[in-house]
Design a protein around this ligand. Structure first.
Ligand SMILES: [Fe+2]
Ligand SMILES: [Fe+2]
Length: 162
């Protein structure tokens, strides 16, 4: 598995999971669905910030990476707000829709602007290695419990570009 294919596949899974939460009227199902979305987004973002972005850092990608890190911050803040809200609150669904829109926009930006540069910068062996590393990190975060619980601590400022 190549790192770019892995991240694109995860974008589609996250988008499907994001929509499923809106498709249900059942409150318990909505709460469970949101928890699943929040965990998916948290481990995806962590693996990009810890592994993928540092690997594609170069003079010509710095601007895109810095913008992506700011988009991650915005997603983290929305996730932290939503985690603190009862899904029955009137503001939950509107805020959740903003999370969905921003996630979709962010995925589009990565796929249009960052991933093409990454495939020029990195060879296929490196892309395979990065995929393995990212899956390892994601699995470790999941094995430690609910990864989404790390979100409220990451809302102060964007993660640094490593
Ligand atoms: Fe991202
Ligand atoms: Fe991504």
């Amino acid at each position: 598995m190549n790192a770019i294919d892995l991240l694109v596949t995860q974008h589609r899974s996250i988008e499907t999971a994001l929509q499923q939460v809106l498709d249900t009227d059942d409150e318990a199902a909505r709460a469970r669905g949101f928890a699943a979305v929040a965990d998916l987004l948290t481990v995806h973002i962590a693996s990009e910030e810890e592994i993928f972005y540092p690997a594609v850092r170069a003079g010509r990608t710095e601007g895109i990476l810095l913008e992506s890190l700011e988009e991650h911050l915005s997603l983290k803040r929305l996730l932290a707000d939503l985690i603190a809200l009862d899904p029955r609150e009137q503001t939950f669904v509107p805020k959740y829709k903003v999370l969905k829109e921003q996630s979709e926009h962010h995925h589009e930006e990565e796929e249009e602007h960052l991933f093409p540069q990454a495939s020029e910068l990195l060879g296929s062996a490196e892309l395979d290695r990065l995929a393995t590393q990212m899956l390892g990190l994601q699995q470790r975060l999941r094995s430690e419990g609910a990864p989404r619980e790390a979100m409220p601590e990451q809302t102060d400022k964007a993660a640094p570009l490593k």
